[in-house]
Design a protein around this ligand. Sequence first.
Ligand SMILES: NC(=O)c1ccc[n+]([C@@H]2O[C@H](COP(=O)([O-])OP(=O)(O)OC[C@H]3O[C@@H](n4cnc5c(N)ncnc54)[C@H](OP(=O)(O)O)[C@@H]3O)[C@@H](O)[C@H]2O)c1
Length: 255
Amino acid sequence: MNALRRNWRPNRLRKTLPEVAVVFGASGGIGAALVANLAASGRYSQIHAGARRNLEELPPGVSAFRFELGDERSIAAAVAALSSPPTLVAIATGVLHDDGLALQPEKSARAIDPAAMEQVLAINTVGPALIAKHVLPHLPRERRAVFAALSAKVGSISDNRLGGWHSYRASKAALNMLIKTFAIELSRTHPLAVVAALHPGTVASALSAPFSRGMAPDALFAAERAAAQLMDVIEGLEPRDSGGLFSWDGSRLPY
Ligand SMILES: NC(=O)c1ccc[n+]([C@@H]2O[C@H](COP(=O)([O-])OP(=O)(O)OC[C@H]3O[C@@H](n4cnc5c(N)ncnc54)[C@H](OP(=O)(O)O)[C@@H]3O)[C@@H](O)[C@H]2O)c1
């Protein structure tokens, strides 16, 4: 069933208790648009926007925090500073290329560089795992909560028909496995929680810019549209969806 069309029936508690959202990666194209979408929705009593640098021009009512994926203490401190259990945690960090880190997606196995591959795995896989380590125990047990990490369709092993982008694909496939593993673990203590990996589609951002030239405009989502679509998917997720990889239109993608 298409999650966009599904009606998640809010429980009684969800109607009355405040919603608290935390976005890691709020300086990114999709992360900033998610924060703006959450703020405009008016549904959240608290919105925490995290980045590794100063965030300028946040929407009114949004509070900023600092973290660095490579610094576990900064993640632990960000979670410890939350005054209420989060009902939505969204991870919008990630890397595909970075000139400063000498990272470029590989075209062939010959291009694999161990240091570059380690960096991609550290940012795309280990970082989100550390956020999960610290935040999952703080999700509310008695009501619905969503932990969603931006993954990518190219991390689907069974969908891989083109090859290439070895490190990025591997880092997202590993992230998908972690999402499934966290979902199993969390279901034992938090039966209403949802842990999900999300594919945002191809979105105009710094990450996609070198690879999206020449794409048909209707195949490249503006970040604002991508955020709205991702929020629709998040709203439609139910506990039975936990552990899955979902595309921007709500469809479940294969691992
Ligand atoms: N754009 C697409 O077409 C597309 C498609 C499929 C999946 N995705 C996924 O969607 C997510 C967001 O992508 P995007 O397009 O919004 O990319 P983006 O604009 O490049 O944003 C990436 C974000 O990750 C942050 N980040 C990177 N390394 C970090 C670190 N060590 N510590 C803390 N933060 C760090 C960046 O912070 P700084 O601003 O400080 O650099 C930035 O906020 C990624 O996981 C990506 O793989 C994107």
